[in-house]
Design a protein around this ligand. Structure first.
Ligand code: AMP
Ligand code: ZN
Length: 113
């Protein structure tokens, strides 16, 4: 399958890994939009959030927990941070392997752009 993030999981494309366990990988976004901008992905290929099945619920929880661990490590947990999962075109999804953006290190705007 021609998926950029599956290639990162298989180490065919390099990434700056910040967290890894059996089910989840997290790495620095190549085009950071905040002082902390990390992508948390499942090792299982899931194209969009609409493709998450009941059997994936624990995996999605593991992604959120990984983001929490990283936020604490980076010292942004108490200050605050934002997690975002874009779905399809109008949300701006460009890589069709689900990923949780973890943004922090600056004040976030609301409403989002
Ligand atoms: P989205 O627009 O929500 O699909 O987010 C895709 C994200 O992947 C963007 O923030 C990109 O900067 C990021 N990205 C694209 N290619 C790479 C890569 N090779 N390594 C790390 N991040 C990437
Ligand atoms: Zn994939």
């Amino acid at each position: 399958m021609d998926c950029l993030f599956c290639k990162i999981i298989k180490k065919e494309i390099p990434a700056k890994t910040v967290y890894e366990d059996d089910n989840v990988l997290a790495f620095e976004d190549i085009n950071p939009q905040a002082p902390v901008h990390i992508l948390v992905i499942p090792k299982k290929h899931i194209s969009t959030s609409l493709d998450i099945k009941d059997e994936d619920n624990e995996l999605i929880g593991q992604m959120v927990q990984a983001a929490n661990v990283i936020a604490k490590e980076r010292g942004i947990a108490e200050r605050g941070f934002r997690t975002v999962m874009n779905c399809n075109k109008e949300a701006g999804q460009t890589v069709f392997h689900i990923h949780l953006h973890l943004f922090g290190g600056r004040a976030m705007n609301w409403p989002p752009g």
